[in-house]
Design a protein around this ligand. Structure first.
Ligand code: NAD
Ligand code: MG
Length: 396
């Protein structure tokens, strides 16, 4: 019998970019932190059965629960012998079930988009430590997340590198910060003109200069909608109004963000662009352990530059600040419109620059409410997806 304390983890979205990096971190923690047993107890994989199996086979203790999105795929699933005892279940309710499982200590919320909402909210409701990659949950339902945390005592640990940086910088001071300064790489079109962006192809938008990520967030980085979502995320994560948040472009992606304090001191967090560091810190906080991400190379000249965002070429930023300011139903509407528009762009149905313009139109076409219920937010999410299709001439 293994007497070490177990850290039981549910990795929701285990087959994605963050999910696979999380599995890597879990395996590494079992090496550098042998006094604990780091266990991926449950894992979800949407439709990617092969990858889910591979992730489940790569960890020391086989997961007890695997979750898929497709009933047929689950029925046909032939697990390898080492996974024969794992329960296989299907759908959004199964994700919630995994998130609230009493055996689970930490939920890694790594599903992309609104699809991660219910399971992430449920984890907060049930007092889990939530390693939060799924920023869309805070964008759609920030106040509801805060409410649930207050009731349950759940912990929200940011995985998004900028928010992890801010969280780490805040740990240096007990006073509230004066300002948060989010850094942005500027994406692949940092130096492109609007005319060039009009004609941008999905291939060029998917070629991110510094980060390797899933397709949706990669397109969001190209439009800079990702930074807008992160402004909204920061607003709810750190409970600060939008006018205390700034964005600055930093193409090297080494300074992950900064915090300015009352006395004018600015604290920054630096590390190579490697998500394994913020993921690991969210799992081990407040402890710091050796990490797999390579150290910064200080034998070369450091070129760390900061430049202002061009809000004309990147109108997503104004939109994001507006949503962060007004709150209410705005986040749900803009998030859904963006998810839908990114899909249309990747399918070649709309131009790159139509993405943000459409989000703005859909926001303006909706009837705003300041204090919506979850049901209202979900209803508006569905409405905004249809409205996006309508605005883009895809439906009448
Ligand atoms: P990804 O596309 O690589 O992976 C997404 C995961 O979600 C996969 O496991 C997929 O199977 C699952 N999924 C997709 N649709 C689903 C659905 N309808 N139902 C259930 N599961 C579904 O995405 P990613 O890059 O890993 O991003 C995940 C989240 O982390 C996003 O919210 C993103 O904004 C955030 N994030 C990612 C990075 C990064 O470096 N990749 C950095 C910061 C934040
Ligand atoms: Mg980020």
């Amino acid at each position: 019998q293994d007497a070490r304390p177990a850290q039981n983890i549910a990795v929701l979205g285990a087959t994605g970019s963050i999910g696979t990096a999380t599995v890597d971190v879990i395996n590494h923690l079992n090496v550098v932190d042998p006094q604990n047993r780091w266990c991926m107890r449950s894992a979800s994989g949407h439709r990617n059965l092969n990858c889910l199996t591979q992730m489940a086979q790569s960890v020391q203790d086989a997961p007890a629960h695997l979750i898929l999105s497709d009933a047929q795929a689950a029925a046909d699933y032939c697990p390898p012998p080492e996974l024969a005892n794992a329960k296989v279940s299907v759908g959004a309710e199964a994700l919630v079930e995994a998130a609230i499982d009493p055996a689970i200590d930490i939920v890694v919320a790594a599903i992309v988009g609104r699809a991660g909402l219910e399971s992430t909210l449920a984890a907060f409701e049930h007092g889990k430590r939530v390693a939060l990659a799924n920023k869309e949950t805070l964008v759609v339902a920030g106040p509801l997340v805060r409410e649930r945390i207050e009731k349950s005592g759940a912990e929200m640990l940011p995985v998004d590198s900028e928010h992890s940086a801010i969280f780490q910088c805040m740990g240096t001071c007990s006073s509230k910060p004066k300002r948060l300064i989010l850094t942005a790489s500027g994406g692949p079109f940092r130096t492109w003109s609007t005319d060039q962006m009009d004609a941008a192809t999905p291939e060029s938008a998917l070629a991110h200069p510094t980060w390797e990520m899933g397709p949706k967030i990669t397109i969001d980085s190209a439009t800079m909608m990702n930074k807008s979502l992160e402004v909204i995320e920061a607003r709810w994560l750190f409970d600060l109004p939008a006018d205390k948040i700034e964005v600055v472009v930093h193409p090297q992606s080494i300074i992950h963000s900064m915090v300015e304090f009352e006395d004018g001191s600015v604290i920054a967090q630096l590390s190579p662009p490697d998500m394994r560091l913020p993921i690991q810190y969210a799992l081990t906080y407040p402890r710091r352990l050796p990490c797999q991400s390579p150290p910064l190379d200080r034998t070369q000249t450091w070129d760390l530059s900061l430049e202002p965002v061009d809000r004309e070429r990147f109108p997503a930023l104004d939109l994001g600040f507006e949503v962060a300011r007004v709150g209410g139903t705005a986040g749900s509407v803009v998030n859904a419109a963006n998810e839908q528009a990114v899909g249309l762009f990747l399918n070649g149905e709309i131009r790159f620059t139509d993405i943000v313009q459409t989000c703005r139109r859909v926001l303006e076409n909706h009837s705003y409410q300041s204090d919506p219920s979850l049901e209202t937010l979900l209803e508006l999410d569905r409405w905004a997806r249809k409205e996006t299709l309508r605005c883009c001439g895809q439906i009448a």
